[in-house]
Design a protein around this ligand. Structure first.
Ligand SMILES: [Zn+2]
Length: 137
């Protein structure tokens, strides 16, 4: 593990964010270790962030190896993109941070049940487990 470094993704996770080198993959900016319940809390915070920004009230994170490796609020309204669902954006974020498109060791955590598009995207990313809802896992 390397010490924290500056960068836009670090700010998104706060001062405690780490730069973690995954074996065989590029260095990725990911969160400190969090539980699945904390990952869901983060998804809820992103949902509230989306709502405050005037977007649809959805948030999602990708949780991998006990860390949040991707996250996003819904950006459908703010980005004017009908496919910018929180889950899609979180999957893109995770793939970018990890430098790989196979996310089979990750869990997609979202504030509501993903739609068919996002379920399909999770399938293409080989994510095998989805956690959603407002009830802590
Ligand atoms: Zn969706």
């Amino acid at each position: 593990m390397r010490p924290a470094s500056a960068g836009p993704s670090r700010r998104r996770f706060g001062a405690a964010a780490l730069s973690l080198c995954w074996p065989g993959f590029a260095v990725a900016e990911v969160s400190p270790a969090v539980s699945l319940a904390q990952a869901l809390q983060r998804a809820r915070a992103l949902r509230d962030e989306a709502s405050s920004a005037g977007d649809q009230p959805f948030g999602a994170v990708v949780w991998c190896g006990g860390r949040i490796v991707g996250e996003a609020p819904s950006r459908v309204v703010t980005a004017g993109d009908p496919t910018a669902h929180a889950e899609m954006e979180a999957i893109r974020d995770a793939a970018r941070r990890l430098g790989r498109r196979d996310l089979s060791d990750c869990v997609l955590v979202s504030t509501s049940r993903p739609c068919r598009m996002c379920e399909a995207a999770a399938g293409w990313a080989r994510i095998e487990r989805l956690v959603h809802g407002d009830v802590p896992p």
